[in-house]
Design a binder for this molecule. Structure first.
Ligand SMILES: [Mg+2]
Length: 186
């Protein structure tokens, strides 16, 4: 079986980070307001510490939505591929709390992707060292390194990557999980 590595945030589940931020600041930001990968870039510098203190008292995964069709397609993929869920968990601003983030991610995966062997959950800060045949991620830089097939799930923060440049690096942009299903299962 080919090894398939799938990202978690904004690939399988989404919107949690933005919802928590909007609730805390009583704002209505959308992804259109962002020009950075991290939603915390919307927080004023002088309130970031206070916000992070709050953020680590809640479970952001209580706020997430599942990306349409992600779970059904991953379950189908898990019958044909050796599927790993791989998530970056390091928070450089609060390194000691990275373990908290890993626990929350782990529990969400266990609850929502019960067909994934817990041994196949990977937490790292550097996805490019992990060998696999196929990668699915919404973050361009996570598609560096190993992989014969690299699928970039379309997102607000990766739209400015030139399609020619993606092609040169062996990366194919996909718009949703139905398209992934077609590519990997048809
Ligand atoms: Mg992601």
């Amino acid at each position: 079986m080919k090894k398939l590595m799938i990202d978690l945030d904004d690939t399988i589940c989404t919107d949690g980070y933005l919802k928590v931020l909007n609730e805390y600041f009583n704002t209505n930001y959308t992804y259109e307001d962002l020009d950075d990968y991290y939603v915390e870039s919307l927080v004023p510098d002088d309130r970031l510490d206070e916000y992070l203190d709050y953020f680590y008292t809640i479970n952001v995964y209580d706020y997430v939505d599942v990306v349409p069709n992600a779970i059904e397609v991953i379950e189908k993929l898990s019958k044909k591929y050796d599927v790993y869920i791989c998530s970056a968990y390091v928070d450089r601003r609060r390194p000691k709390l990275s373990g908290v983030a890993a626990t929350l991610k782990h529990n969400w995966i266990i609850d929502n992707l019960p067909f994934i062997d817990p041994k196949k959950i990977i937490f790292t800060g550097t996805k490019d060292v992990i060998a696999c045949d196929i990668k699915i991620d919404d973050k361009y830089s996570n598609l560096k390194g190993y992989g014969d097939v690299k699928l970039l799930l379309d997102a607000y923060h990766n739209r400015n990557y030139d399609e020619e440049k993606l092609k040169e690096r062996g990366i194919r942009r996909v718009k949703d999980w139905k398209e992934i299903e077609k590519i990997l299962l048809d």
